[in-house]
Each structure stands twice: as C-alpha cells, then as structure tokens.
Write a protein that binds this ligand. Structure first.
Ligand code: SAM
Length: 467
C-alpha cells in the first residue's frame, strides 16, 4: 500500500482525469492485482482448467473475455508450484497482458520484442507465433535482466525464440526492414506500477520523466527502421505521463511517419480511449479495470506488407555448423532412441548443440544469449543434455515419467532428490531401463533425469530447485 503519492504527480493527474480523479486516488488503497496467463503452446485451456480445478494447488478466477488469463484468488507463493516450474503459467499484470493480446500477426511472422525483460510480453508473443509458425527475437540490453529473460523463455519451453543482448541502434544495423512487428515496451517512469512496486514512488521525479522521454525517442528511431513496410509497431509504457505517452505517440506519427491504427476489441474492452491527432491510443487505469497502469498505441509503417518473404532457409552465422552424424549417434545413445527433432534445424558450435527454428538463422554471433534451444554438449564422446532441451523437447524423448500434480514425488523432484522407480506411487513410467528421460506433469515437461539401475537421478538444475 502507498503512503504518499508525489504532490506534483497528484496535481497533474487531477487535470488529466478531472471528475474521475477521486476514484483513481482511491484505487491506491487496494493492493496490486495479481494474475497469470496460461502457456497454450504447452497445454490447452480445457486440459489445464479441468486438472487445476481438481487439484488444490492453484486457485484462480478467469479474466472475462481473455481466453487464457486468470486472476490469482489468494496470496499464494506461485514460484514453488509445479505449474510454474513446468512453464505452464506466467505471472503478469492483466493490463500488461493486453498490449501483446492486441498485436495482430500474419502467418509465419517474424517479431522483435526490443525491450523484453523480464519477458511477459515475449512469452505471449512466442505463444501466438507457435500457432502461426513464426519466430521471435527477444532483446534486452541490460545483462542482469537479460539472464532473467533467458531463464523465463527456457522455462516456458519455446522452440521459436532467440534472445539477444543489444542496444537498439546495433540491432537496427543487422535487421533493416526485417520484422512483421516490433514491440517497444519502453523503459519509463513507471507511474502505473506505484501499487505493485511502492519503491517506484520514491524514484519518481519530473526530471526522470524528461530523461525517459529522450531515451524513448532514441529507442524508437532504431525500432522503426526494423519494421517491414506495411508492418506493425507497438509502443507501450506503464506510466501515465503525457510526455512519455501521448507526446511520444505524436512523435512516432509526425516525425517517424507511421500511421496510428485502432486496436482490436480485446484492448478497447478494458482500456480507455486516448484521443490523439488522427487516431486513438489506449490507457489502462486501475479505477476503470482490474489491473495496473498501462499505455499502448498501435502503428503501421507505410507500404504493402510482403507476407511471402519468410525464408525457411536457415543461415547460421559465425561458428554454427550443421550437426554431423556422429552428434546424432551420441544423442540417440544418450536418450535410448533418437528424440523427434528436425535434424535440419540442429547446429553445432564447438562442443554445444543447438536447435534453431526456421527463420531464426540470421543471428548476430556474439550478442546472442539464447540461440534457439540449447540441446546439450558433447563431452569426451558422450552427450550431456541441457535443461533447455528437456523443457522444449521433453515430450519427444522416449523415457518419460509422468507425475501427478501436488504429489510428494513432484515435491521431491523439484527439491533435487533422487527417486526410485519401484517406489513411485503417484505417477506412471514409460520407456526403457536406462538413459536420459523427462519428468512431465499433465504431459508438460518439468525437467530431466537419468535412469540407471532403477534409480532416477535428478537433473533438475540446482539454481531452479525449491529449497
Ligand atoms: N516487456 C517487458 C515485459 O513484458 O516483461 C518489460 C519491459 S520494461 C518496461 C523495459 C525494459 O527496457 C527493461 O528491461 C530495461 O532494462 C530495458 N531497456 C532499458 N534501456 C533500454 C534501451 N536503451 N533499449 C532497449 N531496452 C532498454
């Protein structure tokens, strides 16, 4: 709860909101809204809802009108639950969810999320692109935040995402007119996050707003050059400051030459229209809808969108080479059978093997922090799988141990313990009697194990375990 809002902020909001201001101020007496979205790339809405309702682990209410978004019902610690570990759910504010919900994409789209950490919008975009056969480059220049982004993308098990760690001006040199859509969820003064992060109230100042607006324009100058003619640019912030919202939207239109376009119904259902010169942007207010503050504006680059320029051809750069037969032999031995994976998408860089989805091939070498899916590494003529591979391809591995949600076996596994095949009571094993395999929950990969002599040796990464 917030004790004091900055006086200057209050004065400005009174002018901005007029008669609605008292309701807006009252909303600060309520806690921030907690919600999550379901990762439909790994589980269907129907399967998740029927299983989650039967288990006591996760309590939620559906967000009306959104197909796979839910409010948390109580103050549960979601980070420890198997649904979270398996990448089935991603905690995110409902207002923030709307931004990516509103992005309409063509089949096989190439999308860039330019300011992506911790990754909520990338997670939504990657799901949409899984259905459309497209790919996502998720970028975050801050190294510490980039590593959080990588681990979130890994947890969700996406096959169609690469992560880069670059400043927009450097990325723009590599990808001129390349993306069907670019999302700029810009760093901002964060007024819309005052309830969620009360410390951001202390950091608020008019000079920070000014500083943010300058940086937003810089980011956008690079962003627009990466959008294909006829492609989409989406600009969003989690602030109410007109200098970072309305004025930047005018800048995109007047100085960068993009056309402001209407958002789809899902956005207009929850967000308030913000009239601008020649069009409408949208703002999510906590006193109007259940969620935090968010501004969003959708733009189109002049020109005709060429939807057929998607190349299936992978152009690996630098040291990436197609994997040879020897690699596949080692993988087959390690997994007690070759997992179902498109061999044309498997590449080797030194000792490490990667899966690169079609279209992701055009990657800058040094600044890629997640090159598609890391399959594992070849060490002394043996293959050691990486956790990323279990997350993304676990279901195509022959050895599988399906554990029931909420079971003691799942708790033990997430704690890093070894299990004995003969003692499993709440689960079903299928596969051979040796080799690497996947632990799944509701059919969704949780992590890896190695089976030897009836013992299930735990390969869940130490840094991810519940302690
Ligand atoms: N889109 C994210 C999500 O949904 O989880 C939230 C993004 S947050 C609002 C803005 C991000 O922009 C931060 O992670 C910040 O580190 C990053 N950033 C800061 N300066 C940047 C720059 N010059 N170019 C691109 N991103 C930048």
């Amino acid at each position: 709860m917030i004790s004091e809002l900055p006086e200057e902020f209050k004065k400005r909001m009174m002018v901005q909101l007029g008669n609605d201001y008292p309701a807006f101020e009252q909303s600060f007496e309520q806690p921030a809204v907690r919600a999550f979205s379901l990762n439909t790339a790994v589980i269907s809405v129907e399967q998740f809802e029927s299983c989650a309702e039967a288990s006591e682990e996760l309590k939620y209410d559906k967000i009306p009108g959104m197909r796979h978004a839910y409010y948390y019902v109580d103050d549960m610690h979601i980070g420890r639950c198997a649904y979270h570990h398996a990448g089935m759910i991603y905690s995110q504010d409902p207002a923030a969810m709307l931004v990516a919900e509103g992005i309409e994409l063509p089949e096989k789209a190439r999308v860039l999320d330019l300011c992506a950490a911790p990754g909520g919008k990338s997670v939504q975009l990657a799901q949409k692109l899984t259905d459309l056969g497209g790919i996502l480059i998720s970028n975050e220049p801050d190294k510490a935040r980039n590593s959080i982004l990588c681990s979130n993308i890994e947890r969700m098990g996406f096959k169609n995402v690469a992560v880069t760690c670059m400043y927009p001006e450097d990325l723009a040199v590599l990808y001129p007119s390349y993306f069907d859509a670019v999302l700029v969820d810009a760093p901002c003064s964060g007024e819309g996050m005052f309830r969620k992060y009360p410390e951001s109230v202390e950091q608020w100042s008019p000079s920070n707003i000014e500083h943010c607006a300058i940086r937003q324009k810089d980011i956008l100058r690079s962003a627009v050059s990466m959008v294909k003619p006829g492609g989409t640019l989406v600009y969003s912030t989690c602030t109410y400051a007109p200098e970072e919202d309305e004025e930047i939207a005018d800048f995109i239109r007047d100085e960068l030459g993009f056309e402001l376009i209407d958002a789809p119904e899902i956005v207009t259902k929850y967000a308030t229209a913000v009239p601008l010169k020649n069009g409408t942007a949208y703002r999510f207010y906590p006193h109007v809808s259940k969620g935090e503050g968010q501004f969003m504006a959708y733009f189109q680059k002049p020109g005709e969108l060429d939807k057929n320029d998607f190349s299936d051809h992978i152009r690996p750069s630098g040291n990436l080479r197609p994997a040879d037969r020897e690699c596949f032999k080692l993988i087959e031995e390690a997994f007690n059978g070759l997992p179902d994976i498109n061999a044309d998408c498997v590449f080797r860089n030194g000792e490490t093997l990667f899966y690169l989805d079609r279209g992701i091939g055009r990657l800058p070498e040094k600044t890629v922090t997640k090159t598609g899916v890391c399959i594992g590494s070849v060490e002394k003529k043996r293959f050691i799988p990486h956790h990323d591979f279990f997350s993304a391809f676990g279901c195509s591995i022959k050895n599988r141990l399906e554990l029931s949600p909420g079971s003691s076996e799942i708790s033990a596994y997430l704690h890093g313990e070894e299990l004995r095949l003969s003692q499993i009571q709440n689960g079903v094993y299928s596969g051979g009697d040796k080799g690497f395999g996947t632990v799944t929950v509701l059919g969704v990969p949780l992590g890896g194990f190695k089976l030897a002599g009836g013992r299930i040796k735990n390969h869940y990464p130490k840094g991810l375990r519940n302690l």
